[in-house]
Design a protein around this ligand. Structure first.
Ligand code: ADP
Ligand code: MG
Length: 321
C-alpha cells in the first residue's frame, strides 16, 4: 500500500471540514485532545462494520462511509447525548483512490450535518472493516439508559420500522418491488439518518431509550430485561411505511416491522404524566412518534392484536440472516 500518511492526509485530514473549538488537538499527533465542559459528562460508543457480515461485499463505498458513522451517532442519540468527536479505524484490502474518495465524502457529509469532528484513527491493511468510536456530551447525570422503564410507562417508536428489512429482501432477490420503491427502501438500509435531534428532544421525557438496530421486538426486549419489566405491544399500532404496507401481505409486513433490524429509529418509554407534553413537543418539531404499547409488571414481551389474539413472531424475528 502506498504511504499510509499520504492516505490519511488526502482523505481524512484535508477534507475534514468540521472544526470544533473544543478540539485542542486533532489528527496528526499521538493523541487527540478535547475539552469536556465541567457540567457535562462524556458518552462513548464504538461499532464495527465488517464486509460480508454487516454489509454485502459489493456495497458502494459511499454507503459504507455514511452508514458506519450513522450507526455510531445513533447509539449516542439513544443515550440522549450530543455527538461531538469521532475516531476511525479503517482496515483496507487495497489502496483504491476512488473508494477512499467516495467513502470519505459521504462520511464527512454526515459528520458536517451533525457538527462532528474526526479527531484521529488508525489505518491498516487487511480485509475491509470500519470501526468508529463516537464521543458525545450529556449534561451531568442526564444520560438515558435502557434500564429506566417502569410499569405503566408507554412505549413509543419514531417514524416507521421495517423498511431496511424490506430493502435487504430486495437485495437478496427474495422479492421485487417497483424501482422507485426499491430505491427508497435502499436509502433506509444504506443511508439511515441517526435520530440525533430526536434523542436530544426526548431526553427530558423518557424513562428508557434504545435505537432499533436488531429489530423492534429484540431491541424493546433489551429495555425490558435491563429494566426488569414486561410489555404488551399492540402489533397493529406499529408504524409501517406506505411502501412496506403495499409490498407485503399484512402479516408479513408486521413481521418485518417487528423482526428486521437496521432501521435506526428510536424506541423509548415515557411515564404517562409526561405523555401529553412529549407529544406536543414532538409535533412542534415535526417528529413523528407512535405509541405502540405499555410497560407492565413481570417479564417478557407480549405481542397482541386488537381482537385480543396473540401475534406470533419467530424466536429471533423474521429476518435475521
Ligand atoms: P501512530 O503510529 O502513533 O499510531 P498513525 O500513523 O497510526 O500514528 O496515525 C497518525 C495520525 O493520523 C494519528 O493522529 C492518527 O490519529 C491519525 N489517523 C490514522 N488513521 C486515521 C484515519 N483513518 N482517520 C483519521 N485519522 C487517522
Ligand atoms: Mg496507529
Amino acid at each position: 500500500m502506498p504511504n499510509e500518511f499520504k492516505l490519511i492526509t488526502d482523505y481524512f485530514d484535508r477534507p475534514n471540514r468540521v472544526f470544533r473549538k473544543d478540539v485542542l488537538r486533532g489528527i496528526g499527533d499521538d493523541c487527540a485532545v478535547v475539552r469536556v465542559p465541567a457540567n457535562k459528562q462524556l458518552a462513548v460508543s464504538i461499532d464495527t462494520l465488517v464486509a460480508g457480515v454487516h454489509f454485502p461485499e459489493n456495497t458502494p463505498a459511499s454507503d459504507i462511509g455514511h452508514k458506519a458513522l450513522a450507526v455510531n451517532l445513533s447509539d449516542l442519540a439513544a443515550a440522549g447525548a450530543a455527538p461531538c468527536w469521532v475516531t476511525l479505524a479503517l482496515t483496507l484490502p487495497e489502496f483504491n483512490t476512488s473508494w477512499l474518495k467516495a467513502f470519505s465524502a459521504h462520511f464527512f457529509a454526515l459528520a458536517k450535518k451533525f457538527n462532528v469532528q474526526l479527531i484521529g484513527g488508525d489505518t491498516t491493511h487487511g480485509p475491509l472493516s470500519v470501526t468508529i468510536q463516537a464521543h458525545g456530551l450529556v449534561p451531568k447525570n442526564k444520560i438515558i439508559s435502557r434500564s429506566g422503564a417502569k410499569p405503566g410507562d408507554l412505549i413509543y417508536v419514531t417514524n416507521t420500522v421495517g423498511n431496511a428489512g424490506l430493502a435487504l429482501m430486495c437485495l437478496q432477490n427474495k422479492m421485487s418491488i417497483p424501482t422507485k420503491d426499491r430505491a427508497l427502501m435502499l436509502q433506509h438500509l444504506n443511508r439511515p439518518m441517526p435520530r440525533v435531534k430526536e434523542g436530544l428532544l426526548l431526553r427530558r421525557f423518557v424513562s428508557a431509550m434504545i435505537d432499533v438496530s436488531d429489530g423492534l421486538a429484540a431491541d424493546l426486549s433489551h429495555i425490558l430485561e435491563q429494566s426488569g419489566v414486561g410489555a404488551v405491544l399492540q402489533v397493529e399500532d406499529v408504524p409501517l411505511s406506505a411502501v412496506l404496507k403495499k409490498s407485503l401481505p399484512k402479516k408479513k409486513a408486521r413481521e418485518m416491522a417487528l423482526g428486521s433490524g437496521d432501521d435506526y429509529e428510536l424506541c423509548f418509554t415515557v411515564p404517562v404524566g409526561k405523555r401529553a407534553v412529549m407529544e406536543k413537543v414532538m409535533r412542534a418539531n415535526k417528529v413523528k412518534v407512535s405509541c405502540v404499547g405499555e410497560i407492565v409488571r413481570g417479564k417478557g414481551l407480549r405481542l397482541v392484536l386488537r381482537d385480543g389474539k396473540k401475534f406470533l413472531l419467530g424466536k429471533k424475528g423474521y429476518l435475521h440472516f
